[in-house]
Design a protein around this ligand. Structure first.
Ligand SMILES: Cc1ncc(COP(=O)(O)O)c(C=O)c1O
Length: 389
């Protein structure tokens, strides 16, 4: 999805307003016919607090691919997360806000040569692999990298399965790849997996952590300094969902298979952090009634909105999803389909927490989220980004 990034400031809401009243105010102003998103930073803060309570042993490396907005990256950096980057561009974006390269994992197991060179140049040394080809590329371009072998363990139910593309077989392929890495003089420091995005099969984490333990032990046997377990993503993040069951399975499995606190455990949550923070408002610009041919009664009504599968709703094309519209007001005619701008808001409590936490400063905020304070209309400075719902 493309999001317009014409308003980088985070608007501090006073106690009489909230996300919903902000959306209503913008719609009522009549100045914003184009679709827009409101990003609620306070929601991201709550998610982080939830993570710390429920998964206390696991350092989150936010998966930037899920939503690469600078505000999201800055806020998460200020809260203390690290980052999972999948490309040179994502690495640059995260570094641009002042994140230490040692707080990044380059978690794409199949990397273009130039991206590996770039990682070496900027000091992002932690990276995943799952094939011989990747090991040879890394040997040539970044032989001192700290490697994490990605194994495959698929959830029975997920919104987006990743195992067909990434992850080696932990029993058959992993030992051979590790032997090859050893003979090339490379250093493996950990094991990773991703059970599938939007995982609805909590017990799979137990299976995956058990499989990772075996690979970990094989690495120790070969003499590698194994010290990192990366449990990937898969944590749901939409409104009303819970990570309780996954957290219970993960915490128990860590106690069983990695009781040694000397092993650093990380994860790559993406949608968990941002899915519920974003709300889209689109304009209904036309409608059509469908009638029963026999008696002429209305059987259904079709509404046309100025956003779709080539914009914010593109996720519908590749994962099962249900979108529930909430009517705001009667729409006005509209003739274009621009990409949605994002208005970012935060409550006063969140503002107090973040305003002086590196890399955030007071300059990233503006007091007030009334239409008069918001640059309404179509954004001019379009960036590539993705929002998840
Ligand atoms: C390597 C990797 N890490 C993390 C994520 C984020 O996953 P999720 O949004 O399910 O947490 C993805 C998603 O595609 C991924 O490919």
């Amino acid at each position: 999805m493309q999001l317009s990034n014409n308003d980088e400031l985070i608007h501090v809401m006073d106690t009489s307003t909230n996300v919903w009243s902000t959306i209503k105010d913008i719609a009522d102003s009549g100045l914003q016919e184009d679709p827009f998103c409101v990003c609620d930073v306070s929601d991201i803060i709550k998610k982080h607090e939830e993570w710390i309570v429920k998964l206390p042993r696991i350092q989150p490396f936010y998966a930037v691919k899920c939503n690469d907005s600078l505000n999201v990256i800055r806020v998460l950096a200020a809260l203390g997360t690290c980052f999972d980057c999948a490309s040179e561009a994502e690495i640059n974006k995260v570094l641009s806000v002042g994140v230490d390269p040692r707080h990044i994992i380059f978690a794409h197991p199949a990397k273009p040569l130039s991206h590996i060179r770039h990682a070496a140049a900027v000091g992002v040394s932690l990276m995943t692999f799952d094939s011989e080809c990747e090991l040879h590329k890394i040997k040539n371009l970044f032989p001192t990298a700290n490697l994490v072998i990605r194994i495959r363990c698929d959830a029975a139910v997920a919104k987006c399965y990743l195992g067909k593309k990434f992850g080696c077989n932990p029993e058959k392929d992993a030992p051979c790849l590790m032997t090859l890495a050893h003979s090339l003089g490379l250093e493996i420091v950990g094991v990773s997996f991703h059970v599938g995005s939007g995982c609805d099969d909590p017990p799979v984490y137990q299976k995956a952590i058990a499989a990772a333990r075996k690979v970990f032990d094989h690495g120790l046997f070969l003499g590698f300094p194994m010290k990192l377990l990366d449990i990937g993503g898969g944590f749901p993040g939409h409104k009303g969902c819970s990570i309780d069951r996954i957290a219970e399975v993960v915490n128990n499995a860590l106690e069983e298979f990695f009781p040694d606190c000397g092993t650093q455990v990380i994860a790559e949550p993406g949608r968990f952090y941002v899915a519920s923070a974003y709300t889209l408002a689109a304009n209904v610009y036309s409608k059509r009634e469908l009638r029963n041919e026999k008696d002429g009664s209305i059987t259904s009504v079709m509404y046309y909105i100025n956003d779709g599968v080539y914009g914010t709703f593109n996720f519908i094309l590749y994962e099962p999803a249900e979108v529930r519209p909430i009517p705001l007001k009667v729409a006005s005619p509209f003739s274009g389909f621009p990409t949605p701008v994002v208005y970012t808001v935060i409550d006063e409590q969140g503002w107090t927490l973040l305003k002086n936490k590196h890399p955030m400063t007071e300059t990233h905020f503006v007091i007030g989220n009334k239409p008069a304070n918001l640059p309404l209309g179509t954004g001019s400075d379009i960036i590539n980004g993705r929002a998840t719902f």
